[in-house]
Ligand binder design. Structure first.
Ligand code: A2P
Length: 282
């Protein structure tokens, strides 16, 4: 049964919602970005990199007074072994969901449909040597999950994650996540020092001065990324695998670049050399 509760109240007091999960932590990074954690339904199994639908109850219809859940796809940013779920979100002032979601606090409840899906998963890639994870903005979320999954380091010799944002502060979430991975003693025990050595973080900004500037697409085309990482220029379908998560423009431009190297798009049903998914927006 669906209990009808206005969203405005949902942020203020615990209420009963369908598939409700409790918010346990909220962190704000900029006026555009925040992350939050929730309890995990005991029955929820997912593969690192997948997404679920989450949301809040919408306002009552002025005519009927009925409310509908307001749901959006969100990549799960936590790894599949974690007790809690983590999400990384943009805040859009007039976004139907995020204009409200950005006000959640620990103790509040959100709706979470426990049906994970997605293509940014190991199963959709053929075995390879190097794994490239290309993110812009909140597209880093599924990689925050995959980078905390031991399988990522078991499957590849090198794991290169690039994150491009407009401004330096927008890199905080990825920077902190990578920092935690590198300093987590339990994780180091699990994947070994040599596992941690495989991880390369390559952050870039496009609209504010930082040590590495430019769109990742341009840095790939000019060969700068490969020179910076001490790799031979270009990619090969034998060795390189890629996952892409960003805006529509980024996804399309990177598809062109990857296919230019001879990589083919994979899917759960037919694994290949790269996979793409649109980052959550609005
Ligand atoms: P730029 O500042 O040059 O537009 P957004 O905040 O709009 O989602 O963008 C996040 C980051 O993704 C920005 O640094 C932006 O660069 C970059 N970006 C947007 N579109 C593309 C694209 N088609 N190819 C490469 N990078 C892109």
């Amino acid at each position: 049964m669906t209990e009808q509760t206005p969203v405005t109240q949902a942020a203020a007091a615990p209420v009963t919602l369908p598939d409700a999960q409790e918010v346990t932590e909220v962190r704000h990074y900029t006026d555009r970005l925040f992350s939050f954690k929730t309890t995990r339904p005991p029955s929820l199994r997912f593969r690192s990199g997948e997404f679920v639908m989450i949301g809040l109850m919408g306002d009552p219809d002025p005519k009927t007074g009925k409310q509908k859940p307001l749901m959006r796809a969100y990549s799960i940013a936590s790894p599949s072994w974690d007790d809690e779920l983590e999400f990384y979100s943009i805040k859009v002032a007039d976004g139907p969901l995020t204009s409200r979601l950005q006000h959640i606090e620990p103790g509040d409840r959100i709706i979470l449909r426990p049906k994970p899906v997605g293509t940014l998963v190991h199963d959709a890639l053929l075995p390879g040597k190097r794994l490239w994870l290309f993110a812009t903005g909140t597209g880093f979320a599924p990689f925050a999950s995959l980078l905390r999954d031991p399988e990522t380091y078991e499957n590849f010799d090198r794991v290169i994650v690039t994150h491009t944002c407009r401004e330096v502060a927008e890199l905080t979430y990825s920077k902190e996540t990578i920092g935690k991975i590198r300093s987590d003693e339990l994780f180091a025990e699990l994947i070994g020092e040599e596992g941690l050595d495989k991880l390369v973080y390559y952050p870039t900004t496009t609209r504010e001065e930082s040590p590495k500037m430019g769109r990742i697409t341009e840095l790939l085309k000019s060969g700068e990324v490969f020179r910076d990482l001490g790799l031979p220029e270009g990619m090969s379908p034998d060795a390189d695998r890629a996952m892409v998560c960003g805006s529509m423009g980024l996804n399309l431009d990177l598809k062109d670049i990857l296919e230019g190297y001879g990589l083919r798009e994979g899917a759960n049903s037919e694994p290949a050399e790269y996979v793409v998914e649109k980052a959550f927006v609005g």
